[in-house]
Write a protein that binds this ligand. Sequence first.
Ligand SMILES: Cc1cc2nc3c(=O)[nH]c(=O)nc-3n(C[C@H](O)[C@H](O)[C@H](O)COP(=O)(O)OP(=O)(O)OC[C@H]3O[C@@H](n4cnc5c(N)ncnc54)[C@H](O)[C@@H]3O)c2cc1C
Length: 479
Amino acid sequence: MKYNRILVWFRNDLRLSDNETLIRAIQQGGEIIPVYCIDPRHVENTKLGLPKTGAFRAQFLTEALEDLRKSFIQVGANLIFLHGKPEQVVVDFAKQIQASAIFFSKEVTSEERQVDRGLEEVAFSQGIACESFWQSTLYHKDDLPFPIKQTPEVFTQFRKEVEKQSKIRAPFPTPTAIKYPGEALIPNTGPLPQLTDYGLEKPKRVEHSWLKISGGETSALGQLRSYFWEKDLLKKYKETRNGLVGMDYSSKLSPWLALGCISPRTVYTEVKRYEKERVKNDSTYWLVFELIWRDYFRFIAKKHGTKLFQIRGIRNQVDSWRRDEAQFKRWAEGKTGVPFVDANMRELNATGFMSNRGRQIVASFLVNDLGIDWTWGASYFESLLVDYDVCSNWGNWMYVGGVGNDPRENRYFNILRQAKNYDRNGDFVRLWIPELRAIRGFDIHQPWELSTTQCQTLHLSLGSTYPFPMVELPSLEKT
Ligand SMILES: Cc1cc2nc3c(=O)[nH]c(=O)nc-3n(C[C@H](O)[C@H](O)[C@H](O)COP(=O)(O)OP(=O)(O)OC[C@H]3O[C@@H](n4cnc5c(N)ncnc54)[C@H](O)[C@@H]3O)c2cc1C
């Protein structure tokens, strides 16, 4: 046996199913000690003064950890919680329990990689081996038909090459028993992290929020079962995916995928089963297509390193952004005076989630209509999104900001046209902007067009009950 006791350090891989790191450790045949470490750097504030891990994500994370601990207890182990910088406390703990190796999942972005390297160095100096494994993508890094440094810059090319030349590996089995040392070695497993550990309060549930999700592998598998099999929604995903209201227009798997409560391969395997047992069509393919977008941003992040977070982006575009804090605040609070933008931002602030359509619209408004620094938008999303994923978030923002690798020059979204296409009757805006609720039909999207008499009848006073628009929007017809 190469290692008789292995510490498995969990990060964004909070699951037992299809977890290569865990399985490889178990295959060594020795004892396994699963550990999660609360890193103080994740609790710090961003440059905008917001917590890096905001309340929605922290809440989802604590639920995921609770679920993971329960799963470990069921297979005869436990999950240990540590506080501090992993490169110090994880190695210290490994030494204390005389673990001969630390196994963990690889990350791709700069801060995380720095932690990996730090941990490997300290562990090496203590005579503890480290092994890390590639997880989290649909296509394994080693199965790509090109070296990472030559990852195609354009998504379509990336997708076509991997679809043609790479195979998706089968998921690893879920362990049913784990060899775990007795209490004599680890008398104290540490308390479950609480929101207060992040200096945060539990987010209040908004009455009209439809988003009812909780963190953890159990609920991830439940959501997959519900969306695919019980509600049978996968077969029309392509037609519904641009929706705005409710649990059913898209899979809502992103928060669980972000923390690794479920693997993309598990989702893919279930799509294939659905295609065999129910139906195979454009929609079933399209969910996989979206998972390939997720892979693409991860490989692009690995290829370009810190450029992902830099204002000039991959294109090395000149920094001509505005940094108007007052205007940014209005955008963030959902008080721009443009109802479709405001409704989406208020949904984000109230629930930690926003549809993909909404994200594109508010991001385009910030960068194109207001000309404000795209990294401010990305930082705001980082703090608020329950499904925050470093590569998907910064990669998508770079795209919208025009500093990424999108071959299309113009990523401008005409807000009124978007409203006409995706919220024709204004129901979404009505849900999130109560002060406009009385306005009927599409008029809710352009309250500035109402006459004084109409405003009086509706008890609407622009500039008082609801703001005037910050910018003049192009008409419906204009691109
Ligand atoms: C500005 C901006 C920021 C974003 N930030 C994030 C983020 O932090 N985390 C995140 O997971 N997604 C992000 N996205 C992508 C996308 O909006 C969400 O993945 C999607 O809305 C999640 O809902 P869903 O799980 O129901 O998606 P579905 O439509 O059901 O798609 C299935 C899965 O495919 C993946 N996916 C779908 N669209 C994209 C995409 N454009 N890029 C990458 N992966 C995608 C997600 O993992 C998603 O769960 C962002 C998009 C934009 C425009």
